[in-house]
Design a protein around this ligand. Structure first.
Ligand code: NAG
Ligand code: NAG
Length: 983
């Protein structure tokens, strides 16, 4: 029989030829000699069978046209596809959108636009919302509203700042370096109490934490008496006022334990109320509480009532105040006045005021509607006011060496809290009355301060001038005045005073603030008032304030102890000044930054500034004021990077600097733009992502130049783009990331090509080719090690698309770059279990097929690619064909190896991959190629690994293609491609 020349796989060859093996043929299947020289006469060995490649000749123009969607001319006035569609639907709602015409509305009823029906509110969710609204409205009759409001008053809302948010502040503020003592032996031997002496504050806090844990443990192991004893001992500590400056913190720690105890007791009794209906509802009545539970509850109250000492008795009872709910409806409202009266028995005014604060705290939690006791506590407190200046207290302060102003601040957390409870949703008139009472007490600064801390900011702000007057009249030797101004400033940061008073307020306040001698007092105040200044005034006033801060904080390097406040000042200023040209024209802004001399803080501040700039700067800028300032800021961030800097931090800094670089534009002054990039490169050379950005920016600049010149460079612009290219060529090698380098070489090569810098483009591409062998197996992506092959595959595909249009260098032979690249692909050590190399070869085949076309699929303006250069010269085509042969040999060889290694699934996938390549790029009118594709098809299905769906779809595609003109030969091919059903 006459059989064509070539080398075929076993399956097919056997069908044609009886025998004549060639011993080392490339394609072995099932271990049999598989290759047959077609002319029997040539059956000699060894023989590697080359496979010719016959690329399909393409008419890209007609292909594009056939892919395009059908276009239909539009008749104006009648129907326009973009005209709004009217939706006419359900009987209840009829909506006609504006702009529609009646003709469309009638036709559209049959074609409802799903989007507009959603937009018109007929989707189920918005319908539901509408119904819910109407239900609510209906339900809001007067009676229900009253009921709801009443319910509201039974719990505090989220607008009430909870105790938990005050705790930390108090613990941080009221500290001591004095040694503390604690009555110990609580845990072991109750008989012999001994004092633990000389504890540091830290030790003390740990001891108290231990006690809290012991309480929970005792409770859990059913040692209720022991638990009660622990709580009593703890409460006793609150009568001790040695180391008085620590008292507020001690109160916080110990009331934590009391809260724990109160909760345990309440939950225990509640659990006794469980019956077969499950738990009690939240608003249960005493009637639904069973007798055992009531009895247990009473028992607790009796035990507590028998505590001998007043302070523990008070605290422990207050802790379980909520348990009164089990006994009677009115229990709590009777208990609160009694406990309030009990506090009158506490002699020390500080201890007493904290006891009141605790009572208000539990009262507010359990019964916030019982306002009477809150007020009563406050008024009782006012009555004890004189005691603070009495002998007992004064003597104590002398012994402890505590000054009066400091002593008075110890009251603040307690009074603030009591007033906060009183002021919560209180009517204006009550607040006014409270204010009057404070005035009557001789403008007591302590009270004034608490009023300003506790009352609504709007209330305070509206009376700012009054408050300033009162503050001025306060006794100098008493409560620290700077704290008063600070409190006022805090209110003014949240609410605005009357317009006409604003400047006077600032002047009055600053007159006092600027006189503060202690830098800490000063900065705490200034920090708060900066916000008021920024809020209502211009850069002139802000500048004055900054100058004053610098003046106060520079002597003796006082700024070193005030970084948080100074940072907060910067933060406030950039929150209010979004226009950076204004911000940096505030003369004292940069000198202010100079106070941040600790590097970590300085970098934090710089980051804030850059974040604000990136967020708020709308347009690119060349404003020298901004550029100078921000280059300085960015340089500071960059210079903080060292060997110890974390990757994450570096990324963060780099992205901020990049954000800046992208916002700098000198418009048409391209040379200045390039100089800026050159300067930036020298400034930011330690941050790789910045260098990457700079290469991109410079490439963009070159393309921008090309655009302005409409592709026709003058001598001057040609020189300029060469300078850009040189910038990139010098910068890229300094990068360590190999893929950054590869991609930038490719990018820059493309840009060079587009700007007709052919030899420079060649240089970039060569550099990329010679870099490939250095690509490591694993690369670090965002801190994780990942295999590099997928990235390499992607890079190659990208590279090939470019190589298509790179013209051959006249002195370096045909397809010099492609050959070079094939060599490095061949030599690269690929993963053993990967087919990537062969997939890349398949893609090379696509490239080579595209290269044989008469006219390439794309070009670069003013660059002659090989199609023009060779004009389809047969030598050129022969060279390509040789490369194709080599590549196909590699692919087939690999398929064979996969068969031998029994990695049949991969073999199947790769066979199909190659099949598709032939289908797309090969000329299947060629018999051998046609046969090869049939073999691949069969191979893909041979071992049952082919996805049937994919095979069916592929076949359908081929049949569809065969209907195209010039593709009828595919009809015959389709007949030769069997679908194997899986067994
Ligand atoms: C390619 O197709 C277009 C449109 O179908 C046709 O005008 C053109 O002559 C074709 N070109 C070649 C080289 O066949
Ligand atoms: C506590 O310190 C004082 C003074 O430093 C010392 O006299 C006393 O012995 C110490 N007490 C204990 C129990 O260590």
């Amino acid at each position: 029989a006459e059989v064509e020349e070539g080398c075929f796989p076993m399956d097919m060859a056997a069908a044609f030829l009886p025998s004549l093996p060639c011993s080392t043929c490339i394609w072995h299947l099932e271990g049999q000699p598989a290759c047959y020289r077609v002319k029997p006469a040539c059956g000699h060995a060894p023989y590697s069978c080359p496979e010719d490649w016959h690329p399909r000749s393409r008419n890209y123009t007609s292909e594009f046209e056939s892919c395009r969607l059908e276009a239909v001319p539009v008749e104006f006035g009648d129907y326009h596809p973009l005209k709004p569609i009217t939706v006419t639907e359900s009987k209840t709602k009829k909506m006609v959108r504006k702009g529609s015409t009646s003709s469309t509305s009638s036709s559209s009823s049959s074609m409802i636009d799903p989007l507009s029906s959603v937009l018109d509110g007929t989707d189920p969710l918005s319908l539901f919302a509408a119904t819910a609204d109407s239900v609510t409205t209906a339900a809001n009759t007067d009676s229900t509203r009253k009921k709801r409001d009443k319910d509201d008053s039974l719990v505090v809302g989220s607008d009430f700042e909870p105790w938990s948010s005050k705790r930390g502040e108090i613990l941080a503020r009221y500290t001591t370096t004095e040694k503390l003592s604690i009555v110990s032996a609580l845990l072991n031997d109750f008989g012999s109490q001994k004092e633990l002496l000389n504890l540091t504050q830290q030790d003390y806090m740990h001891r108290i934490e231990d006690l809290n844990q012991s309480l929970k443990d005792a409770w859990a192991s059913d040692q209720k008496v022991k638990a009660l004893k622990i709580v009593i001992q703890c409460s006793k500590l609150l009568s001790d006022t040695t180391v008085i400056q620590f008292y507020p913190s001690k109160f916080v720690l110990i009331t934590d334990i009391l809260d724990t105890f109160g909760k345990l007791v309440y939950e225990r009794i509640l659990s006794m109320c469980l019956d077969n209906r499950g738990s009690l509802p939240d608003n249960f009545t005493p009637e639904s509480v069973n007798d055992t539970a009531k009895e247990t509850c009473l028992n607790w109250f009796f035990k507590i009532a028998s505590i001998r000492e007043l302070i523990p008795r008070f605290y422990v009872e207050a802790a379980i105040l909520k348990c009164n709910k089990f006994l009677s409806q009115t229990g709590i409202s009777e208990c609160l006045p009694r406990l309030t009266a009990m506090i009158r028995g506490i002699g020390d005014p500080l201890v007493a005021v904290y006891a009141r604060a605790y009572l208000c705290r539990v009262g507010m939690e359990v019964a916030p509607h019982l306002k009477e006791s809150l007020n009563k506590n406050f008024f009782d407190f006012l009555l004890t006011f004189k005691q603070m200046h009495g002998d007992t207290v004064q003597n104590q302060l002398v012994v402890q060496c505590v000054e009066i102003p400091l002593y008075l601040t110890l009251y603040s957390p307690a009074i603030d809290w009591i007033l906060q409870c009183i002021a919560y949703r209180a009517p204006e008139i009550l607040l006014t009355e409270m204010m009057e009472r404070c005035k009557k007490l001789g403008n007591n600064a302590l009270l004034l301060n608490s009023v300003m801390s506790a009352f609504r900011a709007e209330f305070i702000a509206a009376r700012s001038m009054d408050f300033i007057g009162m503050i001025k009249e306060c006794d100098e030797s008493g409560f620290p005045k700077h704290l008063l101004f600070r409190s006022l400033g805090l209110n003014l940061a949240m609410a605005d005073p009357p317009e006409c008073d604003r400047l006077q307020i600032l002047n009055e306040a600053w007159k006092v603030i600027t006189k503060l001698k202690n830098p800490q007092d000063y900065i705490n105040c200034a920090d708060v008032w900066v916000e008021y200044t920024c809020r209502h005034f211009t850069k002139r006033e802000v500048n004055t304030v900054l100058a004053d801060v610098i003046k106060h904080m520079t002597p003796d390097r006082a700024f070193e102890d005030a970084y948080p406040q100074l940072q907060s000042i910067i933060q406030k200023i950039i929150t209010y000044f979004h226009d950076f040209s204004v911000l940096f024209s505030v003369e004292k802004f940069l000198p202010f930054l100079d106070m941040f001399q600790k590097e970590s803080v300085r970098v934090e501040v710089c980051k804030c500034i850059m974040e604000a700039f990136i967020k708020h700067q709308q347009d690119a800028t060349k404003d020298p004021v901004i550029l100078n300032a921000l280059l300085h800021v960015c340089k500071t961030m960059h210079d903080s990077v060292n060997a110890l800097t974390l990757e994450d931090e570096k990324r963060m800094l780099a992205s901020l600097i990049n954000g800046f670089i992208k916002m700098v534009s000198f418009g048409r002054d391209f040379e200045q733009q390039l100089s800026f990039y050159v300067e930036a490169r020298s400034m930011f050379c330690n941050l790789e992502p910045v260098l990457v950005q700079l290469v991109h920016s410079v490439n963009q600049l070159a393309m921008e130049t090309r655009k302005v010149m409409k592709g026709n460079h003058s001598r001057k612009t040609a020189a300029f783009v060469r300078a850009c290219v040189a910038f990139c060529f010098i910068t890229i090698p300094s990068l360590t990331s190999i893929f950054a380098r590869l991609n930038l070489y490719l990018n820059s090569g493309q840009v060079a090509l587009a700007n007709q810098c052919l030899s420079q483009a060649d240089a970039f591409f060569k550099a990329a080719v010679s870099l490939v062998p250095e690509v490591p197996k694993m690369i670090n992506i965002d801190g994780k090690m990942r295999p590099s092959e997928p990235f390499l595959l992607e890079f190659f595909c990208n590279f090939f698309s470019t190589l298509l249009i790179v013209p051959d260098h006249p002195e370096q032979g045909v397809l010099f770059l492609v050959r070079g690249l094939l060599n490095v692909i061949q030599d690269y050590t690929w993963e053993d279990n990967s087919d990537d190399k062969v997939r890349i070869y398949t893609n090379v085949l696509h490239l080579l097929s595209a290269m044989t076309q008469e006219t390439y699929i794309y070009h670069i303006d003013k660059v002659d690619s090989n199609d023009t250069l060779y004009g389809g010269d047969s030598k050129f085509l022969t060279e390509i064909n040789k490369l194709c042969e080599a590549v196909i040999a590699q692919i087939l060889d690999h398929l064979k190896t996969l068969g031998l290694e029994e990695t049949l699934k991969r073999q199947s996938q790769l066979a199909l991959y190659f099949f598709n390549s032939i289908l797309a790029h090969g000329d299947l009118r060629n018999n051998r190629l046609n046969q090869l594709s049939v073999n691949l098809w069969n191979l893909a299905q041979k071992h049952g690994f082919a996805d049937t769906k994919t095979m069916v779809k592929t076949l359908e595609y081929i049949k569809r293609q065969s209907k195209q003109p010039e593709m009828s030969h595919l009809t015959e091919l389709a007949l030769r491609l069997p679908l194997q059903s899986r067994t």
